[in-house]
Write a protein that binds this ligand. Structure first.
Ligand code: DMJ
Length: 461
């Protein structure tokens, strides 16, 4: 967050335009939401996004829709978009497209690559996508690939504390990146736990579960973690505590680890953590309820910023049973979105000034609308979802897919369709409008990349 603020200051205020705090756009538009029509339109747009990828970047990690070119994260493709998109294509009934993605994965994807990869990103996108794809299709090759990938990632946990290094080489097992953060350490247990369950090999769960616990036990006396830690010494390298990038999905997995596996230890860690977060990070302001940054030791408020990543938090609050806070925070998120008709990556919620003007096709605000609608049946969340979808189509659509926006104020387009757009953003929007039978929320838990994993009925992993 601080780095972002610095960039904006250096770039001049025109990139971080001040905006007076206007009243939020009314959430009760003239026409009632036609769910079936919207679900069908989201499906059409998913097809449009996939076709752009298939035409110009098939087999590569991601599409650059403006230059109509592929982008690979590490010089070679690890199939980021086909793996991330597979379960969305299946859920939306895009069968031919799902078959094409699965065929490519089965026949061409190899993890035997001499590249250092980010353990966290590879786990949430690829391991998560392969596991949910396997559960949905029963294709044994997807599980074999997941087992192979999980095995190649295991050396990451070889630090003195058991908390994983940030990078691991998929071929040699060498590791890099001792300076990490809670999100990268604590957002592995769903995928590694599910992999253990499906393969019968406990080592995956044991490593990821230990990492989570090692992190949790280093929380401060007031129960907070910060956004930087050295996995070799176990010492914190930052004092900034918040629910944004670098920490966000650590909290998500503390809760979901209990929900997916019936793990009582995770349930206890979650309960203590969320109490500290609500006590120290929640910020009641004249502009509504927000969650800002505080010092991890003293709880003193240090930064009043919130952005697209933090917008997952209403959904997590709702799923964990705190509907009053969830509803209020989602209202704030909606206000953040409607300020400029797309949400910025960071906003100062006291002044309503944009701090980071990018919109990176992120899913979190739609994810929260989905959970809130499922749990309250309040049409307000359908209306919010309609606004998100219409604004996305209006501002991010290109002839060959969808692109990130460099500046939500001017509307200047970037040139990337991140794999999570198909994995998450369009999936949550579709599920918001589609009949509930499409996905039974009691039977699955979504990983942080929106890959549904089947819940285990008993307290055994
Ligand atoms: C996704 O890869 C995941 O949702 C992750 O938890 C956070 N960042 C992106 C989407 O914004």
């Amino acid at each position: 967050m601080k780095a972002i603020a610095g960039i904006c200051a250096a770039a001049g205020l025109f990139l971080c335009a001040a905006a007076p705090p206007p009243p939020p756009r009314p959430t009760t538009p003239a026409s009632p939401v036609d769910r079936a029509a919207l679900a069908s339109r989201v499906r059409q747009e998913a097809l449009h996004a996939w076709r752009g990828y298939a035409q110009y970047a098939f087999g590569h990690d991601e599409l650059k829709p403006v230059s109509r070119a592929p982008r690979d994260w590490y010089g070679v493709s690890l199939g980021m978009t086909p793996v991330d998109a597979l379960d969305t294509l299946l859920l939306l009934g895009l069968t031919a497209e799902a078959d094409a993605a699965r065929r490519w994965i089965d026949e061409s994807l190899s993890f035997d690559r001499d590249v250092f990869v980010k353990n966290f990103e590879i786990t949430i996108r690829l391991l998560g996508g392969l596991l949910s794809g396997h559960e949905m299709t029963k294709d044994p090759r997807l599980l074999r690939l997941a087992d192979d990938l999980g095995t190649r990632l295991l050396p990451a946990f070889g630090s003195p504390t058991g908390m994983p290094y940030m990078y691991v080489n998929l071929k040699t097992g060498r590791t890099r990146g001792a300076l990490s953060n809670p999100a990268e350490i604590g957002t592995l247990v769903l995928e590694f736990g599910a992999l253990s369950r499906m393969t019968g090999k406990p080592v995956f769960r044991e490593k990821a579960r230990k990492a989570l616990e090692e992190l949790y036990r280093r929380r401060s006396k007031i129960g907070l973690v910060a956004d930087g830690i050295d996995v070799e010494t176990g010492e914190w390298t930052s004092r900034d505590s918040h629910v944004g990038g670098g920490i966000d999905s650590y909290y998500e997995y503390l809760f979901k680890c209990g929900r997916l596996f019936g793990d009582g230890g995770c349930e206890a860690m979650w309960r203590e953590s969320i109490a500290a977060v609500n006590a120290r990070l929640a910020d009641e302001t004249p502009n509504g309820l927000w969650y800002g940054t505080a010092d991890r030791e003293t709880g003193r408020r240090t930064v009043t910023e919130f952005g697209a990543l933090q917008a997952f938090f209403p959904g997590l609050l709702a799923l964990s049973g705190d509907l009053p806070r969830a509803r209020r925070l989602q209202d704030s998120c909606f206000r953040m979105w409607t300020l400029h008709g797309l949400e910025p990556d960071a906003l100062d919620y006291r002044t309503m000034r944009v701090v980071d003007p990018r919109y990176l096709l992120r899913p979190e605000i739609a994810e929260s609308a989905f959970y809130l609608y499922r749990l309250t049946k309040d049409a307000r969340y359908l209306e919010m979802g309609r606004t998100f979808f219409e604004d996305l189509v209006r501002r991010c659509r290109t002839d060959t897919g969808y692109t990130v926006i460099e500046d939500v104020v001017s509307g200047r387009k970037g040139d990337l369709m991140p794999s999570y757009f198909l994995a998450e953003t369009l999936k949550y929007l579709y599920l918001l409008f589609a009949p509930e039978e499409t996905l039974d929320l009691d039977r699955v838990v979504f990983n942080t990349e929106a890959h549904p994993l089947r819940r285990v009925p008993s307290r055994r992993w």
